[in-house]
Design a protein around this ligand. Structure first.
Ligand SMILES: *Cc1c(COP(=O)(O)O)cnc(C)c1O
Length: 372
C-alpha cells in the first residue's frame, strides 16, 4: 500500500468520550488490575448474552485455551473444527496436545457444514468448535443435535459474533462453553481482551481458577494456572462498548444492507448470504469474486487499495494449508470448499464509522472497473 493514503479503512474502533472518561476514572482511583470493574463487566456481559457465568480474560485466544481445558480436552482427543477461520481456533486444540480434525464448510455462509462434521466423527472425538464466521451464526440447531446424539461437547468461538442470533437466541448460549474476543477490530473492543461464557457452574469455577494462577485463595494454588487476567482499565472500556454494542451492530447491518443493494447489480460480485433464521452482525462484509468479474480478485484488491480503499481477505490460507499444519502432516486436498473460499472471498469496509459517502466511494470504484 506504498504511498497511497487510506480513504476508507477496513476497521476502526468506535470510541467516544465515554470510554475515555471511564479509563480516566480507573486511572484516578488507582485500582488498575483485575478487580470490581472486571466483575461488573462480567455480570453485564453474562446478562447481555443470557448465560449464568461470564469470565473475563486477556484475549480471545486464551479464552479458547481455557474453555478447552475446562471441559477436559486432553492428549489423545480429537476436536472437530473448521479450517476456514482465524488460526487461534485450531491452535487452541493443539495447546491441549489434542488433534484438530478439519471438516469442510458451506460455501454460502462459510461456516462449518453439519453434514461434513458427521463424516469425520470417530471414537476419539471429544468436542466440536463451531465458529460464527464474519458474524453469521453457524447452524446451531444442527450442531446441538449432533453434539447430543454423539455425546460430544460443543464449543462456540464467538470472536466475530457479539450479539449475533440464531432463531432468536444469542450465540454463546448453545454450547457447553463459548468464547469472545475484544480485539481492536471486533464488533466491540477493549484493545485486547476476551470472555468465556457458560451456564455450567463447574466449568466456570475451573476457568476462574485457571486464569488466576490456579489460586482458590490468596497464595493457595490447586492447579497449574496462568495469568490470563483482564485489567480494570480494559473492563471499563468494555462496559461502555457493551452498552453501545446493539447500536454499533445496527450500523454494521445498515451499511451491509446498502452495500448489498448496490453490489448485487454487479456481475461477478456475489454479496454475502444471510440465512433467514439468523441475525448477522457483519463483523466482516464478505463478497465472493467470481470469474464473471472482469478482473481477478487480486487485481480488484490492487485497484481498490490504489484508490485508498482498505480491503482484506479473511482468510487467504485455510488452516490445514498453513506451514505449521503442513508440517504436522495434514493432507492438503481435504476441505475443498475452504480452499475455494480462500481464493474467492474479499472483505470490504462495513464498520460503524463509515458514512454513506464512504460506502458510495467503495461501490463507485468497483463499478468503474466493470465499465472500463
Ligand atoms: C479474533 C479471533 C480469535 C482470537 O482472538 P484474540 O483476542 O485476537 O486472541 C479467535 N477466533 C476467531 C474466529 C477470531 O476472529
Amino acid at each position: 500500500m506504498s504511498g497511497v493514503e487510506v480513504r476508507v479503512p477496513i476497521a476502526k474502533p468506535f470510541i467516544t468520550d465515554e470510554e475515555v472518561e471511564a479509563v480516566i476514572r480507573i486511572l484516578k482511583n488507582g485500582l488498575l488490575a483485575q478487580g470490581s470493574e472486571v466483575y461488573a463487566f462480567e455480570k453485564e456481559f453474562a446478562e447481555y448474552i443470557g448465560v449464568k457465568h461470564a469470565i473475563a480474560v486477556s484475549n480471545g485466544t486464551v479464552a479458547l485455551d481455557l474453555a478447552l481445558k475446562a471441559i477436559g480436552v486432553r492428549e489423545g482427543d480429537e476436536v472437530i473444527t473448521t479450517p476456514f477461520t482465524f488460526i487461534a481456533t485450531a491452535n487452541a486444540i493443539l495447546y491441549q496436545g489434542a488433534k484438530p480434525v478439519f471438516a469442510d464448510i458451506d460455501l454460502r455462509t462459510y461456516n462449518l457444514d453439519p453434514d461434513n462434521v458427521l463424516e469425520v466423527i470417530t471414537q476419539k472425538t471429544k468436542a466440536i468448535i463451531v465458529v460464527h464466521l464474519y458474524g453469521h451464526p453457524a447452524d446451531m440447531k444442527a450442531f446441538r443435535e449432533i453434539a447430543d446424539d454423539y455425546k460430544l461437547l460443543l464449543v462456540e468461538d464467538c470472536a466475530q459474533a457479539h450479539g449475533s442470533m440464531f432463531m432468536g437466541r444469542k450465540v454463546g448460549t448453545f454450547g457447553e462453553v463459548a468464547t469472545f474476543s475484544f480485539y481492536a477490530t471486533k464488533n466491540m473492543t477493549t484493545g485486547e481482551g476476551g470472555m468465556v461464557v457458560t451456564n455450567d457452574d463447574r466449568i466456570a469455577e475451573k476457568i476462574r481458577i485457571l486464569r488466576d494462577q490456579g489460586q482458590v485463595a490468596k497464595y493457595v494454588h490447586v492447579d497449574l494456572g496462568y495469568n490470563y487476567r483482564m485489567t480494570n482499565m480494559q473492563a471499563a472500556i468494555g462496559r461502555v462498548q457493551l452498552k453501545r454494542l446493539d447500536a454499533m451492530n445496527d450500523m454494521r447491518i445498515e451499511n451491509a444492507k446498502y452495500l448489498t443493494l448496490r453490489l448485487s447489480k454487479i456481475k461477478g460480485i456475489i454479496p454475502p448470504y444471510v440465512d433467514p433464521r439468523v441475525k448477522h452482525v457483519f463483523h466482516q462484509y464478505v463478497v465472493k469474486v467470481t470469474d464473471d468479474f472482469p478482473l481477478s480478485r487480486e487485481r480488484l484488491m490492487e485497484e481498490l487499495r490504489g484508490r485508498g480503499v482498505e480491503v482484506a481477505v479473511h482468510y487467504p490460507i485455510p488452516v490445514h494449508h498453513q506451514p505449521l499444519y503442513r508440517r504436522l502432516g495434514y493432507p492438503q486436498d481435504i476441505c475443498p470448499n475452504a480452499i475455494e473460499a480462500s481464493r474467492r472471498v474479499l472483505s470490504l469496509p462495513v464498520h460503524p464509522s463509515l458514512s454513506r459517502e464512504d460506502l458510495d466511494y467503495v461501490v463507485g470504484v468497483v463499478e468503474q472497473l466493470v465499465v472500463v
